[in-house]
Design a protein. Structure first.
Length: 162
């Protein structure tokens, strides 16, 4: 799976994923939080499908796509959880504090409160990495926590970008 990230100055970011069947899935995240998802068939220029999601709808869909276990939660509790929980994709630079260390050695949860729920390394994904998993420069970490936890993680990380 090929994955590309592009800055869209004044708009936000664009992520393009090349799928195994040759199609592309493109996600545009606007600075406003709105998400646009495009499905483009192989060798075509125009999308065959466009889906627009609010920030909260995108978060809900993200949990489903990540394969989290479904458990019913009272609506008021779910609204509180979704307001507080943040999921970020963080690209690790080669000079980052965490590069070359295991999750345990970096003491990420202890120092920041954030949790790494997946590591994307090239075309591979390590879901639910154990504490002995080494983080490498170039990895993309899927990090979950409150906004404060994520900010603490980015501060600890050093050479990392969202």
């Amino acid at each position: 799976m090929e994955f590309k990230e592009t800055d869209l100055p004044g708009v936000g970011k664009k992520y393009t994923v090349g799928l195994e069947n040759g199609d592309e899935l493109t996600l545009v995240i606007h600075n406003t939080g709105r998400r646009e998802l495009y499905v483009i068939e192989e060798d075509e220029e125009e999308p065959i499908c466009v889906i627009t999601l609010t920030e909260n709808e995108a978060k809900d869909l993200g949990f489903l796509l990540a394969g989290t276990t479904y458990q019913t939660v009272a609506t008021d509790k779910m609204e509180l959880i979704m307001k507080e929980m943040v999921m970020e994709w963080v690209k690790v630079g080669v000079s980052s504090f965490v590069a070359g260390k295991t999750i345990a050695q970096a003491e990420i949860r202890k120092k920041t409160g954030a949790s790494i729920i997946a590591i994307i390394r090239g075309e591979d994904m390590i879901a639910s990495p154990d504490p002995n998993t080494e983080i490498k420069g170039g990895d993309t970490l899927v990090v979950v926590g409150t906004r404060t936890h994520i900010n603490n993680f980015l501060e600890l990380c050093g050479d990392c970008s969202t």
